[in-house]
Design a protein around this ligand. Structure first.
Ligand SMILES: Nc1ncnc2c1ncn2[C@@H]1O[C@H](COP(=O)(O)OP(=O)(O)OP(=O)(O)O)[C@@H](O)[C@H]1O
Length: 479
């Protein structure tokens, strides 16, 4: 199939779409997609039509949303259109606002009126909704990989829904999904990671993928089974990490910093010479994933250090960053470059070493970047000085170096913090902003945005450093 995008106005000329929808204004656009408000002609329902220009991104989003259909905190996909040489168009429920706008308005209100920002009850309710959405993903072994406030959309009545699954990956076949005949019909990626042609036009599917072909709701996975699967996955990751050493993944060209060579350094010091998702399709054969995903402020250390063997835990770090931002109304780690991002994390958590994360020395870029010893790290409590010990210790369960130590969504949801006084407010009492956040109000650019940039070297304005050539590239030391 041709992966080149059709022109962005193509949506207005597609007979199968305009036969069913009246298309209004464009309401948003991202790196891979334009989104339009539209009205379904049959019943007047207002929907969002998301035209996706990137083939892989479309596959991922359709695949994930099909599996997650019916989860209350994930955006609903009513149907999608996709045929050869056309962009995929997803018909999504229309959501007016997002969590970035909630934080933006909370910050403005605090500036004008003073006070603490959101009440504890409001924060708890937002967190419960976010955790429930991510829990649905993780139960299906879907790692979102781009969790941030701008990808958490909000309905008029305050229901938060995870959106933008263009970077999501399904970590392995899940028995609930695999046993679903209906799902098989829509499955776009087979077990070997080979992609098949998408179906021509898929009508509304009445049967949720979480239902059997008989339409009966499947039994929810038990907590024990859930933890068993997560543990199994973690064990697999350890095995893979060991395999890494043998297969020399350390030197793989998919790591963002590892792609730099000494000659590139001369021309373009540290500007991210990297390969983006296109490489991931190749790496699928080895079960590797790209580290170049997500939005910098929410990206966990394992990705910043170039890991290609990571799991659901990347989302847990991002969750911690979102939680901290809800509490303080400021981003926790607002890095201005990728090195600055690592440096900010180091200043708060201390230096990354075997003591805090056994095995970290095997991360692809661990030996390439070193910082002077941080004698007294600020700690999460230093970043959020006015918050209770309970909330700080909960945050620490997410914002920690060792991915295996991060609390699962289920553990977070069961934490007493969320059920004790002050209780979470009802969803109907949550403030819903009238609009989405603007493009500048969310967070900085993604990895792929660098491709079109002239500057923003990772090292601009970063202070002194020692760069030493090595046989495989270079090392950078920040004294
Ligand atoms: N269901 C929806 N209802 C209303 N607006 C939406 C919806 N989905 C997306 N949008 C709007 O369109 C914008 C782009 O959508 P989205 O983030 O999904 O696209 P993307 O290209 O994958 O973005 P990104 O660059 O963040 O990866 C969003 O920021 C939002 O403003």
């Amino acid at each position: 199939m041709d992966k080149q995008p059709a022109t962005s106005w193509s949506i207005h000329t597609r007979p199968e779409i305009i036969a069913k929808y009246e298309i209004f204004e464009r309401v948003g656009s991202g790196a891979y997609a334009d989104v339009y408000r539209a009205r379904r002609l049959s019943d007047g329902l207002i929907v969002a039509l998301k035209e996706i220009f990137d083939y892989q991104s479309a596959f991922r989003e359709i695949d994930a949303l099909t599996i997650l259909n019916g989860s209350p905190n994930v955006v609903v996909m009513h149907e999608y259109f996709w045929r050869e040489e056309e962009n995929a168009v997803l018909v999504l429920e229309f959501l007016r606002s997002d969590l970035a706008a909630v934080i933006r308005d909370g910050k403005r209100k605090k500036k004008v009126e003073g006070g603490d920002g959101f009440s504890v009850g409001e924060i708890k309710r937002w967190m419960i909704q976010i955790l429930t959405g991510v829990d649905a993903c993780h139960r299906n072994l879907i790692v979102h990989r781009d969790l941030k406030p701008g990808n958490m959309l909000i309905s008029d009545d305050g229901v938060l829904k995870l959106a933008d699954f263009g970077q999501a990956r399904i970590l392995m076949e899940h028995d609930i999904v695999a046993s679903d005949e209906n799902q098989q019909a829509y499955k776009l990626e087979d077990k070997d990671g080979e992609t098949s042609e998408p179906p021509e036009v898929i009508p509304d599917y009445e049967n949720s993928p979480r239902q059997g072909s008989d339409g009966q709701e499947r039994e929810a996975m038990s907590k024990d089974e859930y933890f068993r699967q997560v543990e199994e996955l973690k064990a697999k990751q350890v095995v893979r990490d060991d395999t890494d050493k043998d297969s020399n993944v350390h030197d793989g060209d998919i790591s963002c910093l590892a792609t730099c060579t000494v000659s590139e350094m001369d021309d373009d010091l540290g500007r991210n010479s990297f390969s983006y998702d296109a490489d991931e399709a190749v790496d699928d054969t080895q079960g590797l994933m790209t580290s170049c995903v997500g939005t910098r402020w929410f990206r966990p250390p394992e990705l910043l250090y170039g890991s290609t063997m990571y799991g659901l835990e990347v989302d847990l770090w991002s969750l911690g960053c979102v939680f901290a931002e809800l509490l303080s109304l400021e981003p926790l780690f607002p890095g201005i470059s990728d090195i600055d991002q690592i440096s900010r994390v180091t200043n708060v958590l201390g230096n990354l070493n075997e003591e805090v994360w056994p095995g970290c020395v095997d991360l692809p870029d661990y030996k390439s970047i070193s910082f002077a010893k941080v004698e007294s790290p600020l700690g999460i409590e230093g970043c959020l000085p006015n918050h209770s010990g309970d909330v700080i210790s909960l945050l620490k369960k997410l914002i920690c170096y060792d991915p295996a130590s991060r609390a699962t969504t289920m553990e977070m949801l069961n934490d007493k913090y969320l059920s004790e006084e002050p209780l979470p407010v009802p969803v109907s009492e949550l403030y819903v902003p009238p609009t989405m956040s603007g493009p500048d109000e969310d967070s900085p650019r993604k990895w792929n945005d660098y491709r079109e940039m002239d500057s923003d070297s990772d090292f601009d304005g970063f202070g002194p450093m020692n760069v030493k050539p090595t046989s495989s590239g270079f090392t950078i030391e920040f004294p």
